[in-house]
Design a protein around this ligand. Structure first.
Ligand code: PAJ
Length: 254
């Protein structure tokens, strides 16, 4: 696996699969990398903690960074090229052009500016890497919906694949933020996947999820359309950690 930092050093050829990440790789990311490996000649993963998408500076500062560990995981998953640029490489002095992705549900409302940063960096990565396919997780359902809409609205020539959520044995969706939970908080957090599972089979999924959250206060519980599929999505705070999760209600993700 080659690690590349400069845009000019990326000399890529063949049918490319791109997996954008911010590092702190876990088995959820690995599922995306494996999916890319099975479908493409060349797999490129990006490793970039994108300052533009953090609405809280403390969150950016606290984001876990361990490139050596991430590189070992990416190499083991069959990545050919790890693109790990500096912030200056992607946002040089004078950078001023942003993608406004429009309305983005409860997640967009809870995190002002977040999806503008996500959409901008993903469009830049698509233009830099020129992938045939790009891989996103169902875990971030609103993000997947925003990226699908970006591709459609701006006529981008890339297929967006959405990979199902990878969970721990207890049902909690894998996330780099789970490491911040105390044992007690983690036990409380399990109400989130349980409530969504209960909501998914109820007549009123949103109301049933809210009722089953066991005291966890939701930022939102809502339906999100991703392409032809509908997921039931929620965000909650457990202590100072914000967690999101969702379950498929209708249709198929691909
Ligand atoms: P990051 O949080 O590192 O996630 C990278 C990708 O992994 C996203 O598409 C996310 O949905 C997926 N992912 C995370 N946890 C997952 C899980 N448990 N199961 C399946 N997939 C999972 O999302 C971002 O980075 C950034 O916003 C990015 C797209 C890289 C733009 O900066």
């Amino acid at each position: 696996m080659k690690i590349v930092r400069g845009i000019g050093e990326l000399q890529l050829s063949g049918e490319i699969g791109l997996v954008p990440t911010m590092g702190a790789l876990h088995d959820g990311h690995v599922a995306l990398l494996r999916a890319a490996r099975t479908e493409n000649e060349l797999v490129v993963a990006s490793l970039f903690v994108n300052p533009a998408q953090f609405d809280e500076q403390a969150d950016l500062a606290a984001y876990p960074r361990d490139e050596e560990r991430d590189a070992a995981i990416a190499a083991a998953a069959g990545v050919d090229v790890l693109f790990a640029p500096s912030a200056e490489e992607l946002y040089p002095a004078g950078f001023a052009t942003w993608v406004d992705p429009g309305e983005a549900g409860g997640e967009g409302a809870s995190r002002p500016g977040h999806f503008r940063g996500v959409a901008t960096v993903c469009l830049k990565l698509f233009n830099i890497v020129r992938p045939r396919r790009a891989y996103f997780g169902q875990k971030d359902a609103q993000q997947a919906a925003v990226i699908r809409r970006l591709v459609r609205d701006l006529n981008l020539d890339v297929a967006i694949r959405v990979v199902p959520i990878v969970r721990d044995a207890d049902g909690l969706a894998l996330s780099s933020r789970n490491g911040r939970l105390s044992a007690e908080e983690r036990a409380q957090a399990l109400a989130l996947p349980r409530a969504l599972a209960e909501g998914a089979s109820a007549a009123d999924p949103v109301a049933a999820t809210r009722a089953a959250l066991n005291g966890l206060a939701p930022d939102y519980v809502e339906l999100v359309e991703i392409g032809g599929a509908t997921v039931l999505a929620a965000a909650v705070r457990v202590g100072s950690t914000r967690l999101i999760d969702n379950v498929l209600l209708k249709g198929e993700l691909s």
